[in-house]
Design a protein around this ligand. Structure first.
Ligand code: ADP
Ligand code: MG
Ligand code: ZN
Length: 753
């Protein structure tokens, strides 16, 4: 594997050119005059002085720190107009409006981007030529346009500001190729002008990319700490979709009236989740790039205006959104990188008050994320895989979450325990001494000349031969298998913590190759104790199913109760001389055994239970459940999550409408991407809850008339709800399941309610 230079965090600049007291006073006066703020936030003032002294300046400050002011104020007090490159066209207008709102001169700020027509562009350019404008916001595409470059060459420009500068790096979370041309263009316009770059992105790799690609010349660099002491971090295992949603509903219900954001991986999930929350009485909407701009803007406003409590979004939401009192950020799927996670959770608690950050973690989501990258180029995939790897490590770690986050951003002196502000510190894991194992790891890495990443080193240490190891003939080394008495889980935990404790360093530029640090070397010479907390083990999530085909088989279903309810149904059916499925469908019983309804109102929330049906058959069931709940000390779920309410509801309307139009069942099924038996299942639920479906047109194609009569007669007297049994008992099993099912739907329509 090739070696390349490691980039560690850049040194923060300490010797700032002293500004004279008079100038300082002036800046404060200007601050009050132009923005109405009495004081600067730390370290705005030194940053502004640096820029005004003509120095290239690099500002790394978390979201909400007050970066904009660092170029807005200098722009106002300088001669000429500042050019501010900003990636988000949607936010440019807001920024300009904000600056204008402070000023008495309207044309003090303008923006130039593709949303302006020729006439509007002319107005802006005239203002620029007249020298009225102090701040011009441009999209990178606009700046790089030939005609604009020519125009800017003749203009009196004070400096360049590059906001969201991380967009220049592939290692950042919003790579924008046009940012790569900025240096070249700035040189063409006027190479002497100072540049201020700003970002909330802190990884050392991204930082060095910015300095390099923007060609910053001896920049003064200001790095603020990224610790957000008011945020609480927790990782929740996501074993089942159902349970995850339930726990989210519960969490939100316990946070009544508090604003929150839920991030998901794709659009479909945002829609599903939002509807699920709405079904549970939570004001929520989806937000993603597939919605048109107007609707998105409206939803954003509704969220800001608190008409909506929760926004369920893909990552498209939130960049630049300034809602100070977001009280929770939930990740329903694993984020693409630690960087993304930090930025997204960073939207909680911007006012310095409470902010809870929950991450629902499952291995399946990791695979999904990897799958999403399959069409990307090899480099992108490699970068992506490494970034995902870090998030996995974060999620599984038993170490303080805050420590891992800050460490990722290059902060090394972080306390081991954040005082209960993360799940791992709140419920600390038992520590084990792993001094001898740490030595084994260091020796192994040394023997292989610090040329391999963690994924290669672990099998070597454990003595597990694979083709790659064979190729390098590392099984011949004496360190091969030197740690075979511990498992992979252990080694993973240990090596990750050795990185955190700075005994090892991972070269991200070089495939994550592990290097031994100075501290690591001295540990080897004079070993001290080394305590590790083992990673969490998350169960594999067998049938968590995003497609929702059989979500009804929830793990939360109380099987014992389900069996008892089946018996009860049997008894009730007998008493009334009705087939059991006419009383309640299997799906309804599953819901009962999951939700424990003890009133008829609650019973109605179960699939396939209409008001009429609840009234007619419900009483003995809720009475039974009530007794069961009491006897077994069961804590009833407070919220009634209607399973896959979204699909079902959407499907339901579609099915009813199209059966009315006599659309062939195959077509209906295809339209809703259902299999025929799934469609029939849905139809049965619809009919069971009291809606009539006239399926005669479809039955005729499937079953002969006399056969229909035979099956109908059978159902009248049958005592089973099992179609398999029915199949056997009827004409020696000659009917297909589809035939039986569709006739049973007809039967339910005619005799069911
Ligand atoms: P960033 O770009 O770093 O995320 P912004 O520039 O949007 O942050 O500023 C965040 C908030 O802080 C804004 O509401 C801004 O008005 C406010 N702010 C900035 N500087 C000051 C200051 N000196 N005093 C008070 N509020 C400030
Ligand atoms: Mg900003
Ligand atoms: Zn902690």
């Amino acid at each position: 594997m090739p070696k390349s230079k490691t980039s560690k965090s850049l040194p923060a600049e300490k010797n700032i050119t002293e500004t004279s007291p008079a100038k300082t006073k002036n800046l404060k006066k200007e601050l009050l005059k132009n923005f109405g703020f009495k004081n600067f936030k730390e370290p705005q003032e030194t940053i502004i002085s640096s820029l005004l002294a003509g120095t290239d300046t690099f500002v790394i400050m978390p979201t909400g720190g007050g970066k904009s002011l660092c170029y807005q104020l200098p722009a106002i007090v300088s001669d000429g107009c500042a050019i501010i490159v900003s990636p988000l066209i949607a936010l440019m207008k807001n920024q300009v409006d904000l600056v204008r709102s402070y000023s008495s001169i309207d044309n003090i700020a303008h923006f130039l981007n593709s949303t302006l027509n020729k006439g509007q562009q002319k107005i802006v350019k005239d203002d620029l030529i007249a020298g009225n404008t102090k701040l011009l916001y441009v999209a990178p595409e606009t700046l790089t346009k030939e005609e604009n470059v020519e125009f800017f060459k003749d203009l009196n420009i004070s400096f360049f500001a590059v906001d969201e500068a991380h967009c220049i790096s592939e290692w950042g979370h919003d790579f924008r190729p046009e940012y790569r041309r900025l240096r070249e263009i700035m040189d063409q316009i006027n190479e002497k002008l100072p540049v201020i770059a700003l970002t909330a992105t802190a990884t050392p790799k991204v930082q060095s990319d910015i300095v390099k690609n923007l060609g910053l010349r001896n920049p003064k660099i200001f790095i603020s700490s990224f610790n957000r002491p008011n945020l609480y971090y927790e990782v929740v295992p996501k074993v089942k979709k159902e349970l995850a949603i339930k726990s989210i509903v519960k969490f939100i219900s316990h946070n009544k009236g508090k604003s929150g954001i839920i991030y998901t991986l794709n659009r479909k999930t945002t829609e599903e989740l939002a509807e699920m929350l709405v079904a549970n009485g939570i004001k929520a909407v989806a937000y993603h790039a597939g919605l048109d701009a107007k609707l998105r803007a409206r939803r954003q406003d509704q969220f800001l205006g608190e008409e909506i409590q929760v926004i369920v979004a893909t990552i498209a939401f939130g960049m630049g959104i300034d809602k100070p009192d977001v009280r929770f950020v939930i990740h329903y799927n694993i984020p693409k990188s630690i960087e993304n996670y930090y930025q997204e959770t960073g939207r909680a608690g911007r006012d310095g008050l409470e902010g809870k950050c929950l991450l629902y973690y499952s291995h399946k989501d990791v695979s999904k994320l990897e799958h999403l990258m399959r069409d990307k180029s090899l480099t992108e995939r490699e970068i992506g895989a490494q970034l995902i790897n870090e998030t996995v490590a974060y999620s599984e770690s038993g170490v303080c979450r805050r420590k891992i986050l800050l460490n990722y951003f290059g902060e090394t002196n972080v306390a081991d325990n954040c005082g209960g502000k993360c799940d791992n510190c709140k419920n600390p894991k038992e520590l084990i001494d792993a001094k001898s194992e740490a030595i084994i790891a260091l020796k192994a890495i040394k023997t292989l000349e610090e040329r391999f990443p963690i994924t290669y080193m672990i099998p070597v240490i454990m003595g597990k031969l694979n083709p790659q190891i064979k190729m390098y003939r590392h099984e011949e080394k004496d360190i091969f298998g030197s740690g075979k008495n511990k498992d992979e889980h252990f080694w993973n935990s240990l090596i990750r913590q050795m990185i955190l404790e700075n005994l090892l360093q991972k070269d991200i530029e070089d495939y994550g190759v592990l290097k031994i640090t100075k501290e690591g070397e001295s540990f080897l010479k004079k070993p001290t104790s080394f305590k590790v907390a083992l990673n969490h083990i998350y169960e594999t999530d067998g049938d968590e199913d995003e497609e929702g085909a059989d979500v009804a088989e929830g793990v939360a279903t109380d099987n014992q109760l389900f069996e008892l309810l089946k018996d009860l149904r049997q008894a009730e059916a007998k008493k009334r001389n009705l087939p059991p499925f006419v009383i309640f469908l299997e799906n309804s019983l599953i819901d009962m055994a999951t939700l424990y309804p003890t009133t008829l109102k609650e019973l109605e929330k179960c699939q396939g239970v209409s008001v009429g049906k609840a009234l007619k058959f419900g009483k003995p069931f809720v009475t039974f459940i009530e007794k069961y709940v009491e006897e077994n000390n069961i804590e009833k779920p407070e919220e009634f999550v209607m399973k896959s309410v979204v699909n079902k509801n959407n499907n339901k309307v579609f099915i009813i409408q199209n059966v009315d139009k006599k659309m062939p069942l195959e077509t209906i099924a295809k339209n809703r991407t259902l299999k025929l038996d799934e469609l029939l299942e849905e139809m049965e639920t619809i009919v069971a809850s009291g809606t009539k479906l006239n399926l005669d047109y479809a039955i005729e194609d499937l079953v002969e008339e006399d056969e229909i009569d035979e099956i109908m007669d059978y159902f009248k007297g049958c005592t089973t709800s099992s179609l398999e049994v029915a199949k056997e008992e009827l004409s020696d099993g000659n009917y297909s399941m589809e035939q039986l099912k569709i006739v049973r739907i007809k039967f339910l329509c005619e005799y069911g309610n």
